[in-house]
Design a protein around this ligand. Structure first.
Ligand code: BES
Ligand code: ZN
Ligand code: ZN
Length: 454
């Protein structure tokens, strides 16, 4: 695919000028009369999201002006690549890295199953920008989006494992995969139970990268390639979008790729449980009791609360090594969506300072996260009479919190951040096209760079 951000070009470019909303009146007052009437006719007032063409000497449109509300965000340029004609545009004044990123993220198309109508417009980037960093964030985001957008029929646990192995390979990382009944040999009882009814066997993907002497960071991802709900089957509407239930795994891989591409001085481990929550005669059942890797026994209240089960074996394994930080991503609960909606990542964290810093990084990178509490008194909702815990609380209240409290049982006191994410844009926004989306990935990357960066 052609690049959307160019460092150089030999082709003539189209000037692109940002006009601040606040400066609109004075800016338009300076325009020649013809240009001003073009601006009026386009109903351009300098607001964010607006754009207009100005005529050149021959009366043809030659200059693009774009309204800007003054914010440093994805939206400033993110809506343009498919709204303006193909061509190479050149900003007439400085553009921030985040604005560039907006352009490139807005140029995303998922064209694997349907030919696209047109190519996105391209942008010429000044040497003052960190094009390499922007391009690395863009390719990590594209990886996340593609993995999620690809339907479950083509993104089963074995496919996800192949993708993970490729990411590892391309970056000189080790990748080890434990498949099917071998999971039982190593006591990954929860991953096995959730995934065993599927034709494509469950597996644990384990990637390691970096110097053994650098601080250890472990990323964990929920890789439920399709969530039918299991025997507690979902209804049609609930099941319709469940190809995205490996979104957490996609995030862990995307973030790992970004960390490796940017050569962050950390020792990285990525743990992904790749399973399909399917229905067959050998499916795990409500009432079953699972033996997890950590030795905690779990009574199954609901087979649709499968994400926390596959995650718990990964988290216990991660915590064993006492890393500096565990970060997990999961499309874990509908409840998190009720709490913060589809466009904010719900964050849980057992360390206030880490949570505050990540929230700050999220603001900086236009990647909204909002912290929800690990409210310990709700722990009673997970009590089982016959096992150490149940997998889901019998009440719909505080569903994201009780899910997070379940996970917390498996990380001991290791510093840990958990993101309960939508991983999907339900509407088109500039820089955020409808469909799969990376959420909280930039926030975490910025946090890790500030904390561990050289
Ligand atoms: N994958 C779903 C959660 C989900 C649903 C995420 C919709 C994003 C959008 C998860 O496995 C699930 O089914 N959770 C249940 C848990 C319940 C049975 C305790 C939920 O949230 O309803
Ligand atoms: Zn489920
Ligand atoms: Zn699920």
């Amino acid at each position: 695919m052609e690049q959307t951000l160019l460092a150089t070009t030999s082709t003539p470019t189209i000037p692109l000028t940002l006009v601040r909303t606040a400066d609109f009146e004075s800016w338009s007052a300076e325009l020649p009369a013809t240009a001003r009437s073009w601006v009026t006719r386009a109903q351009f007032t300098g607001k964010g999201g607006e754009f207009a063409w100005l005529p050149g000497e021959d009366g043809e449109p030659t200059d693009l002006v774009v309204g800007w509300d003054g914010k440093d965000d994805l939206a400033t340029l993110g809506g343009l690549p498919f709204k303006i004609p193909e061509g190479i545009y050149e900003p007439t004044s400085a553009v921030s890295d985040l604005q560039l990123l907006g352009w490139s993220l807005g140029a995303y198309q998922f064209a694997r199953y349907k030919e696209s109508d047109r190519a996105p417009a391209q942008l010429l980037v000044s040497p003052a920008n960190d094009l390499e960093a922007v391009a690395n964030i863009e390719s990590a985001t594209t990886l996340v989006r593609d993995l999620i957008n690809i339907p479950a029929g083509d993104m089963l646990p074995s496919n996800l494992a192949d993708e993970a192995a490729q990411v590892a390979d391309a970056n000189g990382a080790e990748c080890h995969i434990t498949v099917g009944d071998d999971l039982l040999i190593h006591n990954y009882g929860a991953i096995h139970a959730v995934g065993r009814a599927a034709r494509d066997a469950p597996r644990l993907i384990d990637i390691t990268w970096g110097n053994a002497t650098d601080p250890l960071v472990v990323l964990v991802g929920k890789g439920v390639c399709f969530d039918s709900g299991g025997l507690d089957i979902k209804n049609a509407a609930g099941m319709r979008t469940m190809k995205k239930d490996m979104g957490g795994a996609a995030h862990a891989l995307g973030l790992a790729q970004l960390i490796m591409a940017q050569k962050l001085p950390v020792r990285l481990r990525v743990l992904i449980a790749a399973v399909e929550n399917a229905i067959a005669g050998n499916a795990y059942r409500p009432g079953d009791i699972l033996q997890t890797y950590k030795g905690i026994s779990v009574e199954i209240d609901n087979t649709d609360a499968e994400g926390r089960l596959v995650m718990c074996d990964c988290l216990a394994l991660a915590a064993e090594q006492k890393p500096q930080l565990i970060v997990d991503f999961a499309t874990l609960t509908g409840s998190a969506r009720s709490a913060v909606g589809t466009e904010i990542a719900a964050m849980f964290c057992n360390d206030d300072a880490v949570a505050a810093d990540i929230a700050e990084s999220g603001v900086r990178w236009d990647d909204p996260v909002w912290r929800l509490p690990l409210h310990e008194p709700y722990g009673y909702l997970l009590k089982s009479k016959i096992a150490d815990t149940v997998n889901s609380a019998g009440t719909p209240y505080a569903g994201a919190i009780t899910a997070a409290l379940f996970l917390q049982k498996f990380v001991d006191d290791v510093p840990w951040v958990h993101f309960d994410i939508m991983a999907f844009n339900t509407r088109d926004r500039p820089g955020r096209p409808e469909g799969a989306e990376a959420m909280a990935m930039r926030a975490v990357f910025d946090y890790l760079s500030r904390r561990f960066g050289g």
